[in-house]
Ligand binder design. Structure first.
Ligand code: GTP
Ligand code: MG
Length: 221
C-alpha cells in the first residue's frame, strides 16, 4: 500500500474572521485567538492533525486588514511560505478563505488579493467559508451571503470556488468536508509559480499589485 503524504490546507482571510479558531477546533491545538479589535496572529503557524486517517497540516495565516502589520507584510509572509512549500515539492489540496457573515465590510481588497494569489486554475480548490453565524440572524446572514455571492464572489464561483457556512464549533459535516479536501487534486497557486518558477519577488506578483503595496513594501526591504 502506498502511504499518502500529509495534505496541506491553507486558511486565509481578513483579521478576526475566525481562522485560528477554526484551526484550533479542527486540530485540537490551542493557538492564541483574538478577543478585541486587535489582530492576533502575526506569524504563519501550522497545526498537524488526522482527519479520518488522513494526516493534514492546517496552515493558519495572519489576517489582512491587520491592526499590527501592513497588508504588504502579511502578503510577504504568506507568499514566501507558499513558495517554500512549492519549492520543497509539496502542494496544497485546499484553500479556505474565511469571511465573517457578521461583518458589514465586503472585503473587496481581500478578494482581489485572493483571486490573484490563487489564479483561475486554482479557483476550484478555494472554499469561501462564512463564519460567525451565531452572531447574526439567519435572515440577515442569508441576505448578505446572497449579495456577496452575486456581486463580489461571483467571479471566483464561476471559476469553480465553493461557498460554505461554517459553524463554531464545526459540525461533523464540516469535518467530513475538510477530510474530502485533503483527498483533492494538489494544486499550484499563481503566486507559487510566479515566485519559484518565474523568479519574481513577492512584491512583483499579481497579488502584490492587486494590493497596491509594491512601492512601499518593496523599498522597505
Ligand atoms: N460567534 C463566533 N465567534 C467566533 C467564530 N469564530 C471565531 N470567533 C471569535 O472571533 C474572535 C476572533 O477569532 P480568531 O480565530 O482569533 O480570528 P482570526 O481570523 O484568527 O484573526 P487574526 O489572527 O487576527 O487574523 C475570537 O474571539 C473567536 O472566539 C464563530 O464562528 N462564531
Ligand atoms: Mg488568527
Amino acid at each position: 500500500m502506498t502511504l499518502r503524504s500529509d495534505a496541506l490546507i491553507a486558511v486565509i482571510g481578513p483579521t478576526g474572521a475566525g481562522k485560528t479558531t477554526l484551526v484550533n477546533r479542527m486540530s485540537g491545538v490551542n493557538f492564541k485567538i483574538g478577543y478585541g479589535l486587535q489582530s492576533e496572529t502575526q506569524q504563519i503557524q501550522t497545526a498537524k492533525c488526522t482527519l479520518d486517517g488522513q494526516r493534514v497540516h492546517l496552515i493558519d495565516t495572519p489576517g489582512f486588514d491587520n491592526t499590527e502589520m501592513a497588508d504588504g507584510d502579511v502578503l510577504y509572509l504568506i507568499g514566501t511560505y507558499l513558495a517554500d512549500i512549492y519549492r520543497s515539492g509539496r502542494q496544497l489540496t485546499g484553500i479556505l478563505y474565511l469571511h465573517s457573515i457578521n461583518s458589514n465590510q465586503a472585503g473587496i481588497q481581500n478578494i482581489r488579493i485572493l483571486e490573484k494569489l490563487c489564479g483561475d486554475n486554482a479557483m476550484a480548490s478555494v472554499t469561501i467559508c462564512t463564519t460567525m453565524w451565531n452572531n447574526v440572524s439567519e435572515h440577515v446572514g442569508a441576505e448578505r451571503e446572497q449579495e456577496l455571492a452575486a456581486r463580489l464572489w461571483n467571479n471566483m464561483i464561476s471559476k469553480g470556488a465553493t461557498i460554505r457556512r461554517v459553524l463554531d464549533p464545526p459540525t461533523e459535516e464540516d469535518m467530513a468536508y475538510a477530510t474530502k479536501l485533503c483527498l483533492r487534486k494538489p494544486v499550484t497557486l499563481d503566486i507559487q509559480r510566479e515566485i519559484v518558477d518565474e523568479g519574481k519577488s513577492v512584491f512583483n506578483t499579481k497579488a502584490a499589485w492587486a494590493l497596491g503595496c509594491r512601492g512601499d513594501a518593496f523599498w522597505r526591504r
